[in-house]
Design a protein around this ligand. Structure first.
Ligand SMILES: [Zn+2]
Length: 371
C-alpha cells in the first residue's frame, strides 16, 4: 500500500527498502499519519453521471451535506485507531467507548449506554458489556427517529481501521456536524456505535431486544419526551473504504462505489429497498467522488436485527457476501487493518458514504440550517 502514496518517490522507496524495519515504523507517525493532508482525489462524479436536477429542497440538503469535513472524518478515524482493534471485552474496547462518548459530549450531546450480558465463546459465564449512543431530538416530530449506526468493536490485532473504524468515524462525523443548534431536524436522529458486532451482532440485538417495545411511548406522559422514538429506518455502515477490485489491485478500482444493501428475505424488504433508493438518489445529488449501487443481500452486520421490524440497509465498500466474502479486502480482520494502510482515495470512499447518508436523512428526517 505504501507504493501508491503520491508523496513516495522512487528515491524514497529505495531509501525505505534499505532501512531497517524498525526505523521505517518509527518514521511513519510523522510522515504518513497526518489526518490534515488535503484530499488528492477528485473524480468529478457529476461529470460522469450528468447533471441531476436540483430542487430548492435538494439545495437546502446540500448545504447540510457540505458541513461534512474530510479532514475531520480522518481525524476521528485516527483517534479510534489509537485503541488498537477495540476487540469486545478488552480494556482497549472499554477505553474506546469512553473516548467515543467523550467526543459526542464535547459536541454537546447527552449520551446513553445500553447495558447487556454477553457469554464469550470459550466460557459459560455471561459478562457485562456496554455500548453508547447519542440522540438529536426532533424539533417537530421528536417521536419519530432514524437510527444511524456502525460497530465500534473490531478484531484482528491491528487497529480495525476499516472494520469498522471507517463506519464509526462516519457516524460520528455526521453527529458532529448536526450537533449545533444552527442545524434543526424535524425528526429525531440516533447515532449508535454498536459493540459486539464481531461476535454475532450481540450489541445491536441487545438494543432491539431491550428497546423495540419502548417505541413511540411518551415518558413521562405529557412530557414531550420519547426515550425510544418510533423507528423510521436503520442505516448501518460497515467497512467503508476499500474497493480495489478482485483480484485486488494497489489502487482504488476505477469502478469503486458505495454498496447499499437491503435483505430480500426480510419482512420489510420492500420498505428497505425504498430506503436504499433514497440513499442512491442522495448519492447522485450529494456525493462528490464515488457513485452508489443498490443490491439485495444485506448480511452480517448490525442492521440484520432490525430488518424484520423497520426499513433497514447497510452501506459498505463492497457487497458483503459476494465481494467481501470472496476476499476482496485482504486487510479484513488482519493486523494490516491500520490507519496507515489506507490512502486518501480510500478515505474518500468512506467520506462519500457519509455524504450519501447525510443527504438521505436530511430529506427523510427534514434537516435544515436554521441560523
Ligand atoms: Zn464489520
Amino acid at each position: 500500500m505504501r507504493l501508491i502514496r503520491p508523496v513516495t518517490t522512487l528515491m524514497s522507496l529505495a531509501a525505505l527498502i534499505a532501512l531497517p524495519l524498525v526505523v521505517e515504523a518509527q518514521q511513519r507517525p510523522q510522515q504518513e499519519r497526518r489526518p490534515s493532508d488535503p484530499p488528492v482525489l477528485r473524480r468529478n462524479l457529476r461529470g460522469v453521471l450528468g447533471g441531476v436536477p436540483m430542487t430548492a429542497a435538494d439545495s437546502m440538503h446540500q448545504d447540510v451535506v457540505r458541513l461534512l469535513d474530510f479532514d475531520s472524518y480522518k481525524q476521528i478515524l485516527y483517534g479510534l485507531t489509537q485503541f488498537g482493534d477495540r476487540e469486545q471485552g478488552t480494556p482497549r474496547n472499554a477505553a474506546a467507548i469512553d473516548w467515543i462518548e467523550d467526543q459526542l459530549r464535547s459536541w454537546g450531546y447527552e449520551t446513553e449506554r445500553v447495558h447487556y450480558m454477553y457469554t464469550p465463546r470459550d466460557s459459560e459465564v455471561a459478562e457485562p458489556r456496554e455500548e453508547v449512543f447519542a440522540t438529536k431530538i426532533g424539533s417537530s416530530r421528536p417521536d419519530e427517529m432514524y437510527i444511524i449506526g456502525a460497530h465500534m468493536d473490531g478484531r484482528g490485532g491491528g487497529e480495525a481501521a476499516n472494520d469498522d473504524g471507517s463506519g464509526t468515524a462516519l457516524v460520528m462525523e455526521i453527529a458532529r456536524v448536526l450537533a449545533t443548534s444552527d442545524v434543526a431536524s424535524d425528526r429525531s436522529l440516533r447515532f449508535a456505535l454498536w459493540n459486539n458486532e464481531e461476535t454475532g451482532l450481540n450489541g445491536a440485538r441487545a438494543y432491539v431486544e431491550q428497546r423495540a417495545a419502548m417505541q413511540g411511548a411518551e415518558d413521562p406522559p405529557g412530557s414531550g419526551l420519547y426515550p425510544e422514538p418510533r423507528w423510521m429506518g436503520m442505516i448501518q455502515h460497515d467497512m467503508m473504504m476499500w474497493d480495489h477490485g478482485n483480484p485486488v489491485t494497489y489502487n482504488q478500482a476505477l469502478d469503486a462505489d458505495v454498496d447499499v444493501e437491503f435483505q430480500l428475505n426480510s419482512v420489510m424488504a420492500a420498505e428497505s429497498a425504498q430506503l436504499g433508493l433514497a440513499l442512491i438518489n442522495s448519492n447522485r445529488l450529494h456525493a462528490t467522488d464515488y457513485p452508489a449501487v443498490l443490491s439485495n443481500a444485506m448480511s452480517n452486520t448490525d442492521s440484520t436485527p432490525f430488518m424484520d421490524l423497520v426499513p433497514a440497509v447497510s452501506l459498505r465498500e463492497n457487497r458483503r457476501l459476494y465481494e467481501t466474502g470472496n476476499r476482496a479486502n485482504p486487510h479484513w480482520h488482519q493486523t494490516t487493518d491500520l490507519f496507515e494502510t489506507f490512502s486518501d482515495a480510500d478515505f474518500m470512499l468512506g467520506f462519500n458514504a457519509a455524504q450519501t447518508t447525510l443527504g438521505a436523512i436530511a430529506r427523510l428526517a427534514e434537516i435544515r440550517i436554521v441560523r
